[in-house]
Design a protein around this ligand. Structure first.
Ligand SMILES: Cc1cc2nc3c(=O)[nH]c(=O)nc-3n(C[C@H](O)[C@H](O)[C@H](O)COP(=O)(O)OP(=O)(O)OC[C@H]3O[C@@H](n4cnc5c(N)ncnc54)[C@H](O)[C@@H]3O)c2cc1C
Length: 224
C-alpha cells in the first residue's frame, strides 16, 4: 500500500451525527387532537425531531426521533450518558411544544422504556457518520479515488463505498465507488461484461497526471 494512500486514509475528515429515540405510546400527529406537527425544526439543543410509524407482523409501532444532530451540534452531546441525555432532550422538546402550541409532547412518549441513543463517532470501525473532503486536499482525495484504477490489479485490494469517494455523506458516492470496484474486479479478472460494455472505452478514467492550479499551501502565503 503506497504511503500516499495510507496517509489519505489516516487523515480523512469524518464528521459525526447523533440520534436520540424514544418509543411512542401514540402516533400523536394523526390522533385528530394534537396540534404538535410530525416534523419539528428547532434552534434548541434537540435541533430536529420527527415521529415515525411503521407496521410489521407484530403490529403498528410509533417512534419519536427526539433529537437529530450533525457535526458541531452532535459533538456537544458526546460527553453525556443516556441517563442524562434522553430525559434532557424530552424536557427541551417539551419546552418547544409547550411554548408554541401549548401542548406537551412527553405525554405521548413511552418514557419507561428509556431512550435509544446512537453516537456515530463512538461506533467501532465507523468513527463517524460521513466522510467529507478537506479543502485543497486534491492529491489525498485522488490517491483514494483512483486506487482501483492505479493499484488494484497488482495489490488485489479494491476500495468500495463512501469512505473512498470524495463527496461523501450520501448513498450516491457510496454506490459510485461500489460500481468502480466491481468494474475493476471484473476487468482485472478477465470477466465478461453484459451488453458489449467495454471498460477501456465505455468507462471514464481518472486523470492522475492532472494537477490543479491552486495547491496548498498557496504560493501567496509562502515566505519569499
Ligand atoms: C445519520 C445518517 C444520516 C444519513 N442520511 C442520508 C440521507 O438522507 N441520504 C443519503 O443518501 N445518505 C445518507 N447517509 C449516508 C449513507 O447512509 C451512506 O453514505 C451509505 O450508507 C454508505 O454506504 P457504504 O456501503 O459505503 O457503507 P455502509 O452503509 O456503512 O455499509 C458498510 C457495511 O459494512 C459492514 N461492516 C463493517 N465492517 C465489517 C467487517 N469487518 N466485516 C463485515 N462487515 C463489515 C457494516 O456493518 C455495514 O453494514 C446518512 C448517514 C448517516 C450516518
Amino acid at each position: 500500500m503506497p504511503s500516499s494512500v495510507l496517509s489519505a486514509r489516516n487523515s480523512q475528515h469524518i464528521i459525526t451525527s447523533c440520534k436520540v429515540f424514544y418509543k411512542l405510546k401514540e402516533t400523536y400527529w394523526e390522533n385528530g387532537v394534537s396540534k404538535i406537527p410530525q416534523i419539528i425544526i428547532t434552534d434548541e439543543y434537540v435541533q430536529d425531531a420527527y415521529g415515525v410509524k411503521w407496521s410489521d407482523e407484530t403490529g403498528e409501532h410509533g417512534v419519536l426521533l427526539v433529537s437529530y444532530t450533525w457535526e458541531d451540534d452532535a459533538t456537544k452531546l458526546l460527553p453525556f450518558d443516556g441517563d442524562f441525555l434522553g430525559p434532557f432532550m424530552i424536557e427541551k422538546l417539551d419546552e418547544v411544544c409547550n411554548s408554541t402550541v401549548g401542548e406537551s409532547i412527553s405525554q405521548y412518549v413511552d418514557l419507561d422504556s428509556g431512550p435509544t441513543i446512537i453516537h456515530w463517532s463512538t461506533q467501532h470501525y465507523y468513527h463517524g457518520c460521513a466522510k467529507l473532503y478537506r479543502q485543497r486536499n486534491w492529491s489525498q482525495n485522488y490517491s483514494l479515488l483512483a486506487y482501483n484504477q492505479t493499484h488494484s490489479k497488482n495489490s488485489r485490494i479494491y476500495f468500495a463505498g463512501e469512505n473512498y469517494s470524495v463527496e461523501g455523506g450520501w448513498t450516491e458516492p457510496a454506490l459510485r465507488m461500489a460500481l468502480d470496484a466491481t468494474i475493476h474486479i471484473l476487468k482485472n479478472s478477465n470477466g465478461v461484461f453484459n451488453n458489449g460494455f467495454n471498460p477501456d472505452s465505455d468507462y471514464p478514467k481518472y486523470d492522475t497526471e492532472f494537477t490543479p492550479e491552486n495547491q496548498y499551501p498557496s504560493p501567496h502565503f509562502q515566505k519569499s
